[in-house]
Design a binder for this molecule. Structure first.
Ligand code: ZN
Length: 340
């Protein structure tokens, strides 16, 4: 009851990559970089355990960005000739690789860090992959000519990698779909269907993370345009409730998401965002417990999990560490308060 976990990414130490950036340059190369990635992973496994989190991740220390990390092992993608593209409905511009031929996995994508994670903790493990719709929104398509066909092509590859992660001993496989909050009718229609393709045949716990993005300026500005109530989840939650996905991670604290929308996820585990990733102010355990208490009005306690609003990749390392502690302590307080 009231387990705690993170959405996915954690800040990279300065000896691994540039800090406070979303697409950071690596600070090493070759074998030294491979070693530095695993060293940083070990550091964050320990930090999550010390904080008291129940489900531990690799902090995405081995990937430069949550989408492009997966694409690096996909054949049919041209990384040499990136093009500038408006993503998330033109909220920001990014240099993205191009899809130029039929897609195929060249090799395992995350074997090294997943097995490393499994080998270095006895706690439950979670591993994140980008969702099909969000990938489609973060590449330039020069081959398929159809977003749905492209999403299903990616979903098939994601399923292959997810099956392998499950065989590596990962307990929870989570797909990140921030695009679900942007393309609302499409998300409820083919977005969820593509996600179902990605989890086909899995027997581990499956999850989807849907947020309003990292705490970067472009997202903070976008949120200001969304009005008094953010009702985006209302469109996609019913489709997710009817799907086979086990857990849904959503943004809550300091957001304008009406908490009653969580009631639309009947039967699912709900990972409630109790840690704001757009603010360096560290939550108190009391605040975290209060946010969980609010969610309890709409989600049965056995289905509630405490989580961060989104990844913490661009944040300050010390702040992120303090927030991990607040997260676990707040979940423990909620257990005391609402557990019986
Ligand atoms: Zn997120």
């Amino acid at each position: 009851m009231f387990q705690s976990t993170i959405a996915g990414s954690l800040p990279k130490p300065a000896w691994l990559a540039e800090t406070h950036r979303l697409w950071p340059r690596w600070a090493a190369e070759g074998a030294a970089l491979a070693q530095a990635k695993l060293d940083a992973t070990l550091l964050w496994i320990k930090a999550q355990e010390d904080a008291g989190l129940d489900v531990v991740g690799d902090g995405e220390q081995s990937r430069q960005h949550f989408v492009h990390g997966f694409l690096e092992q996909v054949e049919g993608i041209d990384f040499e000739h990136k093009v500038e593209m408006g993503i998330r409905n033109d909220r920001y511009k990014a240099m993205v690789p191009q899809v130029v031929a039929p897609l195929r996995l060249k090799a395992r994508v995350h074997a090294s860090e997943a097995r490393f994670l499994r080998a270095h903790t006895t706690r439950q493990t979670k591993f994140t992959l980008p969702g099909p719709m969000t990938i489609v929104d973060t590449v330039a398509d020069r081959h398929y000519g159809d977003r749905v066909a492209l999403a299903f092509a990616f979903a098939e590859l994601l399923n292959q990698e997810a099956q392998a992660l499950q065989a590596d001993g990962i307990d929870v496989i989570q797909f990140d779909e921030p695009a679900f909050n942007v393309y609302l009718p499409e998300a409820a229609d083919w977005g969820v269907r593509a996600l179902e393709r990605a989890v086909q045949g899995l027997h581990c716990t499956t999850a989807v993370h849907i947020c309003y993005g990292y705490g970067i300026a472009a997202n903070v500005d976008w949120k200001k345009t969304l009005g008094q109530e953010w009702r985006q989840y209302e469109r996609v939650f019913p489709a997710l409730a009817a799907s086979s996905i086990d857990q849904v991670s959503l943004e809550c604290i300091h957001s304008r998401v009406p908490p009653e929308l969580m009631a639309l996820l009947r039967g699912k585990d709900v990972m409630v965002g109790v840690i704001d990733v757009a603010s360096d102010v560290v939550e108190t355990p009391e605040e975290v417990a209060a946010t969980l208490g609010q969610a309890l009005r709409f989600v049965p306690r056995e289905h509630l999990i405490a989580c961060t609003n989104c990844g913490m990749a661009p944040m300050d390392r010390a702040v992120a560490q303090a927030k991990l502690q607040a997260l676990a302590q707040g979940a423990a307080l909620a257990r005391e308060r609402y557990g019986t």
